[in-house]
Design a protein around this ligand. Structure first.
Ligand code: SF4
Length: 488
């Protein structure tokens, strides 16, 4: 199949969650429900989607570049995904080609039977492991880090598949939320620090694993619990078994950026509402950094909950001073330069009647490269705003993520190159302020960051990486292996 360029050229100035996973065991509509679950997880990856089902005898697979709806709304595709168990995956990758064989779930015919695997996260020692496996004869089909786990299981000697999976998990480092499907069971696993999310749900007596609770809601399933950090959960005909192969040694370091931006606002993550958290971040931001302004305007859509919280705390009117066109962006494949130069205007338009002559507080979730912020500020000024004060609902993002989130190299992050005053001048605002790291933790219901034992992964703000970056420290290409797209 010919791969296509699907990167959205108008929305590239954000951190990007790389993947979402879903799995269902023991349900007659497993394939269709998995497609719906992937729909709800679409925000976690828009470049490709795949589902593998098992009908008791055979595995069935459909994997394609593009959005979930591009392929899995097709009745014929769903009809072919027969069986009562299925797993699915949505993927984001960097620009360029997304090869079919890199699209998950990956599938392998092992000596003990078929195995499908889908992964959210990124392994930080995958390149070294891959070199060792290749030196011992393993032949890789894809360029993803996830395949390293498959080969570790395949070459893992004796024992059950669960034993070999656990043995493989002891060898890999990094962040992972995995769903795996065998001819016997649906299996889920989270890394010992629990960096990436994974929840357990239930519908009609069948069990579900999903990256976020919003994927349970879409099929009318009940939330049961979060899979715990370091837990391997096995779902089969006998029910649900949670294994704790790593004990309780590793401190939990869940990704705090899931609350700031990645997760859907209607999800409840680790027992905490994403939407309510974002509002509290906005309120904390208003307490820390008041602005002399007439109204609060969110940068849509991700800045909306924080702007509501800011406006409530500051007792300022909340207004939709920027309107987003939801239908532009993905429709353009490789836009021409004549369209590209229009940039953010294709996606956002200032609501002139609301902001002309007013002092505006613009609230956004984050500043990455600063390119979009610069254009939005320019647009608001051109629409007649008297003053523009930007308030950002995350601390400055000064460091790259190596745990499954697509981030620019460090030197491309505006906050790694400039202090706040320089950034304000660069973006063209009258004032600029970010929530503090402690303020972000207070919004999470913590007294502040515990520097001796941080409660979350916050490495993109602090540079404090909770899991060793073995590949980077070994001098391997700092690109995350899971993000590599094959070149012709
Ligand atoms: S580095 Fe940032 S984006 Fe990456 S896992 Fe940690 S908090 Fe999340």
């Amino acid at each position: 199949m010919t791969a296509m360029v699907t990167t959205d050229p108008f929305d590239g100035d954000k951190f990007r969650e790389e993947c979402g996973v879903f799995g269902l065991f023991g349900h007659p509509d497993a394939g269709a429900h998995t497609a719906l679950g992937l729909h709800a997880l679409q925000h976690r990856g828009q470049e490709a989607a795949g589902i593998v089902s098992f009908d008791g005898d055979h595995f069935h697979s459909h994997r394609s570049p593009g959005l979930v709806g591009d392929h899995f709304d097709n009745e014929d595709v769903i009809k072919r995904l027969t069986g009562t168990a299925a797993i699915g995956h949505v993927r984001y990758s960097t620009t360029g080609e997304t090869l079919l064989r890199n699209i998950q779930p990956l599938f392998a015919d092992l000596a003990g039977g078929g195995l499908a695997i889908a992964h959210n996260g990124n392994l930080t020692n995958a390149m070294g492991l891959r070199r060792d496996l290749e030196a011992n004869g393993s032949i890789f089909q894809s360029t993803t880090d996830t395949e390293v786990i498959v080969h570790l299981i395949a070459t893992g000697g004796r024992g059950t598949l669960i034993d070999r999976l656990i043995d493989a998990l002891f060898q890999v480092r990094g962040a992972y939320a995995l769903v795996l499907l065998t001819d016997q069971a649906l299996i889920g696993a989270r890394d010992p620090h629990g960096v990436r999310p994974l929840v357990l749900g239930q519908i009609d007596g069948a069990h579900i694993l999903a990256s976020e609770s919003c994927a349970l809601d879409i099929i009318g399933a009940d939330f049961v619990r979060d899979i715990e950090p370091g837990e391997v959960v096995v779902i089969d005909r006998d029910g649900v078994r949670g294994l704790k192969p790593f004990g309780a040694a590793a401190p939990k370091r869940f990704c705090i950026f899931e609350y700031i931006y990645f997760s859907r606002p209607d999800s409840v993550v680790e027992g905490i509402s994403v939407y309510e958290t974002r509002k509290r971040v906005g309120a904390e931001l208003a307490r820390e950094h008041a602005a002399p302004a007439d109204l609060v305007v969110p940068v849509p859509d991700s800045g909306v909950p924080a702007a509501i919280g800011y406006a409530e705390q500051a007792k300022l009117p909340f207004e939709l001073g920027i309107i987003r066109n939801h239908y532009v962006g993905r429709t353009f494949i490789e836009p021409s330069d004549s369209i590209r130069h229009l940039g953010v205007k294709l996606k956002h338009n200032a609501n002139r009647a609301t902001i002309v002559g007013r002092r505006v507080v613009l609230v956004d979730d984050s500043i990455v490269r600063g390119t979009t912020s610069t254009k939005i500020v320019e647009m608001v000024r051109q629409a007649g705003a008297a003053e523009v004060h930007m308030r950002v609902a995350s601390p400055p993002t000064s460091y790259s993520c190596f745990y499954g989130v697509d981030t620019p190299k460090r030197e491309a992050l505006l906050a790694s190159q400039m202090d706040v005053n320089e950034m304000a001048a660069h973006i063209g605002v009258d004032s600029l302020a970010f929530i503090s790291v402690d303020g972000m933790y207070r919004a999470m219901g913590e007294p502040g960051r515990d520097d001796a034992r941080p409660q979350y992964c916050d490495a993109c703000f602090t540079g404090d990486y909770p899991i060793e970056l073995t590949d980077q420290n070994d001098g391997d290409d700092p690109a995350q292996l899971s993000l590599l797209a094959e070149i012709h």
